[in-house]
Design a protein around this ligand. Structure first.
Ligand code: SF4
Ligand code: SF4
Length: 215
């Protein structure tokens, strides 16, 4: 069963940080592309909350600079309010030692702690019919069960993202998407220096504790 995607809204944050409004718009387009493809296919989606072996088995998840800004913002400013202090602390610790984890540092109790801001690659990877076996990458084991997102919306999302990199001309953006050059902007999620951000999360927490003690 699928439901119509809604665009996430953080009005105050978006007003202060226009890049966030652009990112949320891009995610919305991406979600629409996924929902459209699911409806078109007609099969039952196996992906569901609590099913997350893909978050361990997929070592190479591309993430773009604008997405990284969104993830950092969410971790520093929203995660605790959405998921609670305990989840925030678990994520912080996982980020600090993520190179030893063998899984995405944002995976907590078989759920994505940054779900509202997760990368496009995670949004678009969906599997039909049966859940993946532990360690299975369905893209290789049964490509026919892996969703192919709506190409037009996927390309539009990437094209819009290029605005963040100062590419204003629409035909140039389309060229960069069609040629695949846009993907050079992506880095591997697992290879990021999450430990540096974990340190910032820890410092922000200390500052917060001091402020609370002072009031
Ligand atoms: S891709 Fe596979 S492991 Fe991941 S949520 Fe979907 S069915 Fe589960
Ligand atoms: S960002 Fe979230 S959905 Fe993507 S691999 Fe990590 S835990 Fe899974």
């Amino acid at each position: 069963m699928s439901c119509k995607p809604a665009r996430l809204r953080f009005p105050d944050d978006e007003q202060r940080q226009p890049w966030l409004a652009l990112l949320l718009e891009i995610q919305f387009i991406c979600n629409q592309g996924v929902e459209h493809a699911i409806a078109l296919d007609g099969r039952r989606l196996a992906c569901a909350r609590g099913c997350a072996s893909c978050c361990s088995s997929h070592a190479d998840i591309p993430v773009y600079p604008l997405e990284l800004m969104g993830i950092s913002w969410y971790l520093l400013e929203k995660l605790e309010g959405d998921a609670g202090a305990e989840v925030r602390e678990r994520v912080r610790r996982q980020m600090a030692r993520h190179r030893d984890l063998g899984a995405c540092p944002f995976l907590v109790d078989a759920a994505c702690a940054i779900h509202p801001l997760r990368p496009m690659a995670c949004r678009q990877f969906n599997v039909f019919t049966t859940v993946c076996l532990p360690g299975e990458d369905a893209y290789h084991s049964r490509r026919g069960d892996v969703l192919t997102p709506d190409a037009k919306r996927k390309d539009t999302a990437l094209s819009e993202m290029l605005r963040h990199h100062g590419v204003k001309d629409g035909s140039e953006r389309r060229r960069l998407v069609a040629s695949g050059e846009v993907h050079r902007l992506a880095q591997s999620l697992r290879e990021m220096r999450w430990e540096a951000l974990a340190a910032r999360m820890g410092a922000a927490q200390v500052q917060n504790d001091i402020s609370q003690e002072a009031t």
